[in-house]
Ligand binder design. Sequence first.
Ligand SMILES: Cc1ncc(COP(=O)(O)O)c(C=O)c1O
Length: 366
Amino acid sequence: MMIILDNEHVLVNESDHAAVREVLDSLDLSGTGSAVAEYEDDLAFWFGVDHAIACSSGTAALHLALLALDVAVADEVIIPATAPVMTAMPVLAVGATPVFVDVATSTSFALDHGDLATKITPQTRAIIAVPMWGYPADGPDLVDVCKGWGIPIIEDAAQAHGTMVAEHYVGTRATVGCFSTHNRKLLSTGEGGFCLTADPAIAQRLRELRNVGKRPGEGFGAVFGLNYKLPSLSAALGRSQLARLGTRVADRRATLRSVTEHVAGMAGLEPFPIRSDGLPNGYSTLFRSSTGTARPIAERLGAAGVASDPLRYGYKALYQVPALARHAPATRCANAERLIETVVTIPCHEGVGPQHLGRIAAALRG
Ligand SMILES: Cc1ncc(COP(=O)(O)O)c(C=O)c1O
């Protein structure tokens, strides 16, 4: 079936071309070029945090965060069962064991604090929170609970640039916030990512880890590290795109509202609830089937050429993913399974026009 409305919409304008050309002409192309430092300064300013560390992907950002927090073999890392495979792979990369926790309800990506409490052990070294599809999920209560336990939070905000909870951007209250700037993201450098942190020591470690363990005044390998730098060309593109991120989030929120209004009242379908102190970023619009499985709805959307992620990517609870199942032989997360079975995603990016709204509605009606 031909895709008529895809799930991503890349926006590149003349300012982006000019920014990339300027770096290209400078011949200062590597990940230590001045364009990277400028991008990082702008990221820190935009998000209102002290430190931003650019890197080569969202996966690299998560891997760097785990390494910076000294997560290693025999440690455990908590992950919501509704997270994508990309969140869990870096945990395997450091040799730690992922521990899957249920979500609070079947209409929330926030961690269930009751289940969390039963799964914390002396080996727990980090908790990863994952606001899926840019929907606000965990709030200040998770920060408080984790402070009490003395366990750092990594927020995997790969899909959540500009999402807000309790007047803060998602990813800015965690010990480390991790973002992707892959093509589909609201801030896009093709491939890329960044970490945010308020902690200067962690920021320093992230920089060393990203650049093969190089410390100021010392050579490579002063400490352990990898090459996870973001190239200067990508940083220039990211910086140019960042100048439009606020507008982009506002536009997408408006489209999310109009998609939701268009679908409102349709039998068997409800908008996915948004927490009262939160604002999504318009990465996608979410609905839930109120009649059980959303599969027939997703199939109808697919047949109409409208990309819907759960079916497209074979969305399943992380403990059902082959590469992860052996870490959780007895795990069942009832809310997560119900959420995954009932959630429907609909694009709400800048390419969604009135002609699509009609098509979406027709497909949903069946
Ligand atoms: C929630 C989440 N975490 C991590 C990643 C990994 O990011 P990247 O593809 O930049 O490595 C993604 C990518 O889509 C993601 O959606």
